[in-house]
Design a protein around this ligand. Structure first.
Ligand SMILES: [Fe+2]
Length: 270
């Protein structure tokens, strides 16, 4: 059996500028800094489970100010591994690219990249669309995905902010990935080698599958979406604990460990 390849999944940090008013009563930067410190302790090179990189699946900032991206950059400097950043509906591509000029982009300037790993080729997609909180994958972005899928026939892990399915929480189901059918047309010929789809956007721990592709998401590192299936006029928020995930992948399996990094309940020997 091959040794696990480990990486981290974080999502929806919703950073605000240093010194900004609290967001829903908390400081998203302070929360992310706690996550990074916990990661440095547990998943750095000397930790019990070193991670090769982190993927942050979007909503990097809440209002996309340059100062919020600068704060993100400063906090992520404490990461013990590289962080691959995806855009969410709260982000602005141009502002992000100005703050992270070395972030990989595709030929059209979308924040998309392929990262080859022992667990498979990680394809990271840009679902940001101007003027809406829903997600889009236009023909240019899907052409990039099709080309990346065509040039390598190995296993694939997908990452994107918006999920391609509805989850039953009314306010979130109004702003999913709107181009799910077009995405499926690109993915379907490769279905057998797509191992997992990691997404953000929902600020909730959940897992399942989409047309046979295993999926997972998790709580954001800041505020959360409440588990409420009523037809509410707004997205229901909550202050459930924030989390990040450690993903361990071998050739045979993928295990996603969700970790509530602010939990202080203690441990003991069973
Ligand atoms: Fe979000």
């Amino acid at each position: 059996m091959s040794a696990p390849f480990a990486f981290l999944h974080l999502t929806d940090p919703h950073l605000t500028p240093e010194g900004a008013e609290p967001l829903y009563g908390l400081d998203p930067g302070a929360r992310l800094a706690l996550a990074v410190a916990d990661i440095a302790r547990r998943h750095g090179p000397q930790g019990a489970a070193p991670a090769s990189f982190a993927v942050v699946t979007g909503d990097l900032t809440h209002n996309a100010e340059p100062e919020a991206y600068a704060r993100l950059r400063a906090i992520l400097a404490g990461m013990p591994c590289p962080a691959h950043l995806l855009l969410g509906n709260h982000d602005e591509r141009d502002v992000f690219r100005a703050a992270f000029p070395n972030a990989p982009v595709d030929a059209r300037g979308f924040v998309q990249q392929a990262v080859d790993t022992p667990a498979g080729r990680c394809l990271m997609l840009d679902t940001k669309a101007p003027g809406t909180h829903a997600g889009r994958l236009c023909k240019d972005r899907l052409d990039w995905l099709a080309a990346r899928l065509a040039e390598d026939q190995g296993p694939v892990l997908l990452f994107l902010h918006h999920p391609p399915y509805r989850v039953g929480i009314a306010g979130m189901d109004q702003i999913p990935l709107l181009d799910a059918e077009a995405l499926w047309e690109v993915l379907a010929p490769h279905r057998a080698r797509i191992r997992h789809l990691f997404h953000g956007h929902l600020h909730r721990p959940l897992s399942g599958s989409w047309r046979g592709i295993p999926t997972s998401s998790l709580r954001g590192t800041s505020h959360q979406v409440a588990l409420d299936f009523a037809e509410l006029p707004a997205v229901p928020g909550s202050h459930e604990p924030p989390a990040y995930a450690l993903v361990r992948a071998t050739a045979e399996d993928i295990v996603v460990h969700t970790h509530d990094f602010m939990d202080a309940s203690g441990t003991f020997d069973l």
